[in-house]
Design a protein around this ligand. Structure first.
Ligand SMILES: [Fe+2]
Length: 488
């Protein structure tokens, strides 16, 4: 099939909502607080000095009682708990072109009622099997204008049909970029935390996984938590509105965790699933999905173990998938927080569900007291996370490892030992070329292996690369092996 519309390599779409806009406005002030803290080692003094320099932002957005600066410093309630968080714009660009060629643009969203139309446009383009004319017949006049702009900016273009590259009838799990996974049975596919044509990708990548490669292989999507390296709704808009999408249940929307269910509904999704942890499993095709807690990765440290308000939480889910061919639990960035940890969830899994064939986790020992003081290396969502517990500013430059909010190698090994995992695979270690391992995979795998040995656990750690699969051999149930370059 020739001349169908498809997304172009290097194209990126970035959403900006109202809370993001606020974070962009206040980020220089927060960076100033951190810079001043490095000089003075006094948080109160640092906040006062930064507030003098950024007077307007400090007054408009923050409560500061100057007789007790350190403890009173807070983003104002109306911004911590926004009543609404409208999507303001979708910025698009193709990073493979030099900026002087002007391959970028912004779709300003004046009225959110247009979002289902934009969703429909992205979905029609994503399938890589419709011509320009066929797409135009299915969208409104203003959306045709947007399609023309996307073509002009090399976000999508007419080209030869790109085939799906997911191996047919191959049950297993496939490693996409960063935290993206594709679970397959012979008939059903579940996509996890996808980032396709995303602004989080590395612009210089020579190879990547495109949306077209996954066409026909996705029957449901699971979202783990609202951090922006896991929650990229332009990617989700590349899938059909009726696609079942699981999201964490958010009791109250905050600046650090939007109501993901409401967001997806505003984009036109009709089958959004936000259930309680430990709810009855839900089946998509022949995959049974258990929604389990996501403890850990809160902006908390032992010194400052409570947020300004208990609703300021990084709400998330971990998911356990049961299929005829394997059972897999993936832990994402979950770990430990001062009051709770994934070890208790592991005990539940052991008791109620039994042995886990494949356990997948981020292996990095990350913590909020070791993220450093340079905000430019993080997504804009880090500003909102830090502001849920601003006293944490005084410990962000501590040595790594003093307090670990994720599991780290020790915690991953412990969970494997509790649930009797047969295999453990690393993921969510950032973006890389197809065929390359994630960042620090090698060292982290060695560390997990050493910890497993200490515990006397028989779990095998499986090295794999971006684009690889870990799939059943010759149709044998529970006998899996690496399928190199499965998605290339
Ligand atoms: Fe995270």
């Amino acid at each position: 099939m020739n001349n169908v519309i498809s997304f172009v390599r290097g194209s990126q779409i970035r959403p900006i909502n109202e809370s993001d806009r606020i974070c962009y406005v206040i980020q220089p002030f927060i960076q100033e607080v951190l810079d001043r803290f490095i000089e003075s080692h006094n948080l109160g003094t640092a906040i006062e000095q930064a507030a003098t320099k950024h007077e307007e932002v400090a007054k408009k957005f923050f409560d500061i009682n100057y007789s007790n600066v350190e403890e009173s410093f807070s983003l104002k309630q109306e911004f911590l708990f926004p009543q609404e968080n409208p999507l303001l714009a979708l910025h698009y660009s193709n990073t493979l072109f030099p900026s002087f060629l002007g391959k970028s643009g912004t779709k300003i969203i004046k009225d959110e009622s247009i979002l289902p139309d934009i969703h429909n446009l992205l979905y029609l383009c994503a399938q890589s099997n419709l011509s320009y004319d066929q797409i135009c017949q299915q969208i409104s006049e203003p959306t045709i204008e947007l399609l023309d702009k996307l073509i002009k900016c090399s976000i999508v273009k007419e080209r030869e049909h790109q085939k799906s590259s997911v191996p047919p009838e191959t049950p297993g799990v496939f490693r996409l970029q960063h935290a993206g996974l594709l679970y397959r049975t012979k008939t059903t596919g579940i996509l996890v935390d996808p980032h396709l044509h995303s602004n989080y990708g590395i612009p210089q990548l020579k190879s990547d996984i495109s949306r077209a490669q996954l066409e026909g292989s996705v029957d449901g999507i699971l979202i783990s938590h609202p951090h922006y390296d896991h929650w990229h709704y332009p990617t989700l808009m590349m899938f059909a509105p009726e696609t079942p999408i699981f999201v964490p249940k958010v009791p109250r929307a905050t600046i650090m965790c939007e109501d993901m269910e409401a967001r997806l509904k505003s984009l036109g999704f009709t089958n959004v699933i936000a259930v309680d942890w430990y709810a009855e499993p839900i089946a998509i095709g022949d995959i049974e999905i258990h929604v389990l807690p996501f403890y850990g990765e809160q902006p908390l440290v032992p010194e400052f173990a409570r947020p300004i308000h208990p609703d300021l939480r990084n709400w998330g889910n971990t998911y356990l998938l049961r299929t005829e061919y394997y059972t897999s639990w993936f832990l994402i960035d979950a770990g430990q927080e001062p009051m709770k940890s994934m070890f208790e969830v592991a005990e539940y899994v052991k008791e109620k569900i039994g042995t886990v064939d494949l356990l997948l986790s981020n292996f990095q020992p990350l913590s909020y007291n070791s993220i450093g003081t340079n905000l430019s290396g993080w997504g804009i969502d880090i500003v909102a996370n830090l502001l849920s517990n601003p006293q944490i500013f005084s410990v962000t430059n501590k040595e790594e490892g003093e307090y670990v909010a994720l599991l780290g190698p020790k915690g991953v090994a412990k969970v494997c030992a509790i649930v009797g995992a047969k295999a453990c695979l690393p993921y969510a270690h950032s973006w890389a070329e197809i065929g390359q391992p994630g960042v620090n995979d090698e060292q982290l795998i060695a560390q997990v292996e050493a910890e497993l040995k200490n515990l006397g656990a028989s779990t095998q750690v499986i090295p794999w690369k971006i684009g690889d699969g870990y799939a059943v051999k010759n149709g044998e149930v529970r006998d899996l092996a690496i399928l190199e370059g499965a998605l290339s």
